[in-house]
Design a protein around this ligand. Structure first.
Ligand SMILES: Cc1cc2nc3c(=O)[nH]c(=O)nc-3n(C[C@H](O)[C@H](O)[C@H](O)COP(=O)(O)OP(=O)(O)OC[C@H]3O[C@@H](n4cnc5c(N)ncnc54)[C@H](O)[C@@H]3O)c2cc1C
Length: 241
């Protein structure tokens, strides 16, 4: 093990894996160096999905713990196994006892700062962040969720598992992003009817851009909208800023 790797990353072990529907896995890690580590809901951890020597290429991928316990040094991440990259493959092949190296937690998005009522938009990669809102002082109170997803049936298993089914609207993706008209309508309508002061936009970069423009056109000040792109087609390993 190289010294750099040892200093800059934390060794962690997979302690528990739960299949949540077909393509989601809830993975629980413990790391000695997570004990007493500061964590704010919305922070990310980064997983070294491949590369374990100083000279090798590190494939670093970002994920958002839905819960973090500094007493036991445990982070839990809800992972979308989309099947197109090393982060997804790493999760797919992980087992209880698998060792890995992580970076963080580090800042990506501060969920406690988001005022309620809150409108949260995302996709499959955003479910872990959406669940992490329950670790904020207001928990899931006065939050409405809108997600664009490949499979409404698979996504429903996730939202029911984490108890956010009643406050969530799932919209199926369509060719050429035709569904984004419906997403935009739903997001603006929900914002109006709930009086949501703040919007959090996560997930696919192009969807976020479109909704950001729609919010601004509806008169929402830019400071009330938080954007964190989680992925974009053809690009590898986005870091959220
Ligand atoms: C701050 C932050 C927090 C995140 N939190 C989570 C989280 O908690 N849970 C989670 O599952 N993901 C999360 N993501 C998203 C995750 O990091 C990306 O999906 C990442 O690309 C996965 O790495 P990979 O190695 O599987 O794919 P990459 O090697 O990065 O990409 C390979 C190919 O796969 C495509 N791809 C990436 N994501 C998807 C997708 N969702 N659907 C279809 N194609 C895709 C890319 O566009 C690219 O073409 C987060 C991202 C950021 C920036």
């Amino acid at each position: 093990m190289s010294l750099l790797l040892d200093i800059s990353t934390r060794e962690a072990e997979v302690r528990h894996i739960e299949e949540v529907g077909a393509r989601f896995r809830l993975v629980s890690f413990t790391a000695e160096r997570f004990r007493n580590a500061p964590w704010t809901p919305g922070d990310m951890v980064q997983v070294i999905a491949s590369g374990s020597t100083l000279l090798g290429v590190w494939e670093v991928r970002s994920y958002t713990p839905l819960a973090f316990d500094p007493v036991t040094g445990t982070a839990e991440i809800l992972w979308y196994v989309h099947g197109n990259g090393p982060g997804s493959d790493w999760c797919d092949s992980a087992e209880v006892g698998t060792l890995c190296r992580l970076v963080g937690p580090r800042r990506a998005l501060s969920l406690p700062k988001q005022q309620r009522p809150l409108l949260f938009f995302g996709d499959e990669t955003s479910f872990s962040t959406a669940v992490a809102l329950r670790e904020t002082p207001s928990r899931h109170r006065d939050v409405r969720f809108v997600f664009e997803v490949d499979s409404v049936e698979e996504a429903r298993v996730v939202i029911e598992r984490f108890g956010i089914g009643d406050s969530t609207r799932l919209i199926a993706r369509e060719a050429n992003d035709r569904h984004l008209d419906e997403v935009e309508h739903e997001v603006l309508d929900t914002r109006r009817s709930t009086g949501a002061a703040n919007g959090v936009l996560t997930g696919k970069a192009s969807s976020i851009q479109r909704l950001y423009r729609a919010f601004r056109a509806a008169g929402v000040p830019g400071r009330q909208i938080t954007n964190v792109p989680y992925w974009t087609p053809g690009k590898r390993g986005l870091k959220g800023h």
